[in-house]
Design a protein around this ligand. Structure first.
Ligand SMILES: Nc1ncnc2c1ncn2[C@@H]1O[C@H](COP(=O)(O)OP(=O)(O)OP(=O)(O)O)[C@@H](O)[C@H]1O
Ligand SMILES: [Mg+2]
Length: 245
């Protein structure tokens, strides 16, 4: 694997009296598919939102290529494509108009913008439906369009919060293949999932997160060995308990 691209240092986030992240240290290498796993409320979305420059840490920092996400977010933003846990599309606009809007936000113009939009339509596999309002799409179609939006500006780092939540098995397989394709292109992917099979299949490394800390990180094989179990599910139960916050 490549050099460290993303580095969290003593990363802490408090929301009033809720502490979501408790001094996390984490290294993610360039070109990896890196998974974040943990029960509801573990702090995954908080971590991902800080990495995507949408949320400021309370203390500590994340460095991307040595650049601080909290101090220089404008230098990090062009490098990152973000897929939020909740769909971020305009329901009253067509799929195509959503792509057009986001392409404009990413600063794409003219011929390049047109090409990237066509590429995104294909990534979303929505060729037949792209003229319809997003409010008429199914959940999985919205999810696929949201992923396509995150790729419009060809970012080096994809940050995806539950990209496969609530999609059918065909779309899930398609999204997983998309992530593998992106890694083959040399991009780095950080994503969260509640699906163990998917994490085991896709991830070079997994960080197990629980109550704002990371009790273990490693390849699926390393994690199983660490806990002396032969399947990832037992390992995750061991590390994250019954999941009560
Ligand atoms: N805006 C907020 N205000 C107050 N507390 C918050 C806020 N956002 C998150 N939290 C708290 O921070 C903790 C971590 O939440 P986070 O959304 O990061 O968890 P998660 O691991 O993504 O969970 P899930 O699997 O349910 O998506 C939780 O205790 C949550 O209640
Ligand atoms: Mg979340």
């Amino acid at each position: 694997m490549g050099n460290v691209l993303i580095e969290a240092r003593a990363l802490t986030k408090k929301y009033g009296k809720n502490t979501a992240l408790r001094g996390i240290d984490l290294e993610i290498a360039g070109g990896e598919i890196f998974g974040l796993f943990g029960p509801n409320g573990a702090g995954k979305s908080t971590f991902i939102s800080i990495l995507a420059t949408l949320l400021k840490p309370t203390s500590g920092d994340i460095l991307v290529n040595g650049i601080s996400v909290s101090e220089q977010p404008d230098r990090i933003k062009p490098e990152i494509g973000f897929v939020p846990q909740d769909i971020a599309l305009y329901p009253m606009l067509s799929g195509r108009d959503n792509l057009d809007f986001w392409a404009g936000i990413y600063g794409l113009r003219g011929k390049q913008k047109k090409e990237r939009i066509e590429e995104a339509v294909a990534v979303a596999r929505l060729e037949d439906r792209i003229g319809e309002r997003v409010s008429q799409y199914s959940g999985g179609m919205k999810r696929r369009l949201n992923i396509a939006v995150s790729l419009l500006h060809h970012p080096r780092i994809l940050v995806m919060d539950e990209p496969t939540a609530g999609v059918d098995i065909q779309s899930r397989r398609y999204i997983m293949d998309t992530l593998i394709g992106l890694r083959e292109e040399g991009r780095t992917i950080v994503f969260t999932s509640h699906y163990i099979d998917e994490l085991e299949t896709l991830c070079d490394k997994i960080a197990v997160m629980n109550m704002g800390i990371i009790p273990a990180v490693g390849s699926p094989a390393q994690l199983k060995q660490l806990c002396g179990v032969n399947n990832l599910e037992s390992m995750l139960f061991k590390l994250t308990g019954d999941g009560k916050a």
